[in-house]
Design a protein around this ligand. Structure first.
Ligand code: KG4
Ligand code: ZN
Length: 343
């Protein structure tokens, strides 16, 4: 079964054709990062406008690269939330129009479920149950994936998401948006034990996280050093920061695996591109005797192939949209049935 998937939840306009939830036939991503960089973050109005301009060429390219026309596709899928509402609406309205015109079923997909499904593209034999660490710009979650459309959140960040924390710390160090990537690069040459930061734990909730203290500590440290005229060893600051954030994420997901008896640990979201996080997950998996699956770097950030992968399982569960389909800005990962996106 071939699904044409569309993703416009933030600053990437993406379309892909995916077969049976596991094989990428084509995948096209138009990123707006360069345009938002001058503002230090995503400007929602600019994002929506670019999606409107790019969606038709991006979808046409994904179909052409797959050697398909919309008539040869079995179903359409679209990210309907969570994300920037104006950005989501571009994809949702385009997909509704195309599905109606072509007479094809339309599957609404939860963005975070899509990130998790990137693991099905990485490991074609992977099946639930497994645990997934979700670390993106907007979410940090420990998710028990009990079935393809059955999710239970075991732990979450109480304040900033991991990606947000990376970006804010990077911004304070003067790196351009999105700073997570540059912080990762700088950290390679640093001493991770040079600086100490508050631990991101939450008293009484061992699987939850709190990153705002780490972020504030980096900002205050840089400010105080500048006032005193002291030089900061930036690579070591990056390495020490990364150690604090990544150790907290990795220990949570393996603690959750020990508690639930899960044998497989996956990772998802933009921060799963982080070098230290990936190395640390693999090392810890080997120590604990658990299988670790992670998406390739081409599938960690926002893309439509992951939406096509999840859409296949939503389709099998009968999750088809009708004309009440709307976009939603916030929605817990437990909820992703068509009624949860109805407006
Ligand atoms: O999943 P994503 O592409 O978008 C959301 O759904 O939020 O995640 C974007 C986040 C940004 O905060 C970005 O800085 C972070 O992922 N990121 C990284 C790395 N690459 C992207 N953070 C740390 N290390 C990286 N290599
Ligand atoms: Zn995302």
């Amino acid at each position: 079964m071939k699904i044409l998937a569309i993703e416009t939840s933030c600053d990437e306009t993406a379309a892909a054709v995916v077969e049976d939830g596991r094989r990428i036939v084509s995948s096209v991503i138009h990123t707006q990062i360069a345009e938002h960089r001058v503002y230090g973050g995503v400007v929602p109005e600019i994002a929506s406008r670019r999606h409107i301009e790019q969606i038709d060429p991006v979808v046409s390219k994904a179909l052409a690269e797959a050697g398909e026309t919309v008539q040869g596709i079995d179903a359409l899928a679209v990210t309907a939330g969570p994300g920037l509402i104006g950005a989501l609406l571009v994809g949702v309205n385009y997909a509704k129009g195309l599905a109606l015109a072509a007479g094809k079923p339309l599957v609404p997909v939860h963005h975070i479920r899509g990130h998790i499904a990137a693991n099905y593209l990485a490991a074609p034999d992977l099946e639930p149950p497994f645990l997934c660490l979700v670390a993106s710009g907007g979410h940090s979650l420990i998710v028990d994936v009990r079935g393809y459309t059955d999710f239970v959140v075991l732990g979450r960040s109480r304040d900033d998401a991991a990606g947000e924390c990376f970006d804010k710390a990077a911004r304070a160090m003067g790196f351009p948006y999105p700073g997570g990537v540059e912080l990762d690069r700088q950290a390679r040459g640093g001493d991770e034990n040079k600086y100490r930061f508050p631990q991101p734990h939450v008293a009484g909730a061992p699987l939850d996280l709190s990153f705002s203290g780490v972020k504030t500590a980096v900002v205050n440290f840089l400010h105080n050093s500048a006032q005193r005229g002291e030089a900061v060893d930036i690579p070591s600051l990056c390495a020490s920061f990364e150690k604090t954030v990544c150790d907290a994420l990795v220990s949570r997901v393996f603690d959750a695996a020990a508690a639930t008896g899960a044998r497989t640990v996956c990772v998802a979201g933009g921060v799963s591109a982080n070098t230290r996080l990936r190395e640390s997950l693999l090392a810890q998996g080997e120590r604990a005797g658990l299988r670790v699956v992670m998406p390739p770097l081409t599938l960690t950030g926002d893309n439509a192939a992951m939406i096509g992968a999840q859409a296949y399982y939503e389709y099998l569960a009968g999750h088809l949209a009708d004309d009440t389909l709307n976009a939603v800005a916030t929605l817990p990962v437990e909820r992703g049935a068509p009624a949860d996106f109805a407006g």
